[in-house]
Design a binder for this molecule. Structure first.
Ligand code: SF4
Ligand code: SF4
Length: 222
C-alpha cells in the first residue's frame, strides 16, 4: 500500500488561514489502512480545525466527506454538486488525491493534508516500512525475493558497499543492510553462486528516471 503520515495541524491551519468554509475529503483506500486518511481521520482533522479556529476567534465551517478512492475519476465525480460550495478542500488521500481533485475541479483550491511517504507494508501494528520503489521492471527474484532498489540506501544491485557492518547499513545502526540479508538468505538456500552471474545493467527507462509514466492496458480501454 501507499503509506502516508499526517501533516502537522499547525501547517494545515496556516495553509487554510484565509478560508472560512472548508471540505475535508478522505479516501477509503491505502490511507484508511494506514490510519491516516479514512473517515475517522477526516472527523479528527475537521474537529481539530474547528476547535483551533474557534479558539483563535476565527470560527469556520468544516464539513467532512470520504470517497471510496481518490485515485479514480468516478469517485472524484461524487463531489461535483458540492465542491463549489467551499472556499477550499483538504485532501487526506495520498498525493494522487489532491491532484485528481485539482484536475477535475480546476477552480477549487485544494490542499494536501498528509505527507505521502512510500510503498510498503506493516511490520507490526503502527510500524510501516518501505518495500518497493516502483522501478517498473521487478527483479526481486534475483535477490532472494528482496528488493535492493527500495531497501539498500544506495540502491546497489551488485552486492554490499564497504559501509555494511554487522548486518547494519552505514547510514544508521537502526537500518538493516538489505545486502547482508540477501547474501545470508542466498547462502542458506545454497544459491549464493547466482549472485555471481553476469547480468546486463538494469534499464531505468521504466522507472521514474524515464520521466512521468503512463500505463495503458489496451484490453481495458473502451
Ligand atoms: S525491483 Fe522494482 S518493482 Fe520490484 S520491488 Fe524493487 S522497486 Fe519494486
Ligand atoms: S550498507 Fe548495505 S544497505 Fe547500506 S548502502 Fe551499503 S549495501 Fe546498501
Amino acid at each position: 500500500m501507499i503509506v502516508a503520515q499526517p501533516k502537522p495541524i499547525r501547517e494545515i491551519l496556516e495553509m487554510v488561514k484565509d478560508f472560512r468554509k472548508i471540505l475535508v475529503v478522505g479516501c477509503k483506500g491505502c490511507v484508511t489502512v494506514c490510519n491516516v486518511g479514512g473517515a475517522k481521520e477526516v472527523g479528527i482533522l475537521a474537529a481539530s480545525l474547528r476547535i483551533a479556529r474557534k479558539r483563535s476567534g476565527h470560527a469556520i465551517q468544516v464539513d467532512e466527506h470520504t470517497l471510496e478512492r481518490q485515485c479514480d475519476p468516478e469517485y472524484i465525480a461524487e463531489l461535483k454538486d458540492i465542491v463549489g460550495d467551499y472556499d477550499a478542500v483538504i485532501s487526506i488521500a495520498c498525493g494522487v488525491g489532491p491532484q485528481f481533485l485539482s484536475e477535475r475541479y480546476p477552480s477549487t483550491r485544494v490542499f494536501p493534508g498528509v505527507n505521502t511517504q512510500f510503498m510498503g507494508g506493516a511490520e507490526a501494528h503502527g510500524v510501516w516500512s518501505e518495500r518497493c520503489a516502483g522501478c517498473g521492471t521487478c527483479v526481486v527474484h534475483y535477490f532472494g525475493g528482496l528488493c535492493p532498489i527500495a531497501r539498500c540506501s544506495k540502491s546497489l544491485l551488485n552486492g554490499p558497499c564497504g559501509g555494511s557492518s554487522h548486518g547494519k547499513c552505514e547510514i544508521s545502526n537502526e537500518v538493516e543492510c538489505i545486502w547482508d540479508t540477501i547474501v545470508n538468505k542466498m547462502t542458506e538456500q545454497g544459491r549464493l553462486n547466482e549472485l555471481l552471474e553476469f547480468r546486463p545493467p538494469k534499464s531505468w527507462t521504466t522507472a521514474r528516471d524515464g520521466g512521468p509514466r503512463k500505463m495503458i492496458r489496451e484490453e481495458l480501454v473502451k
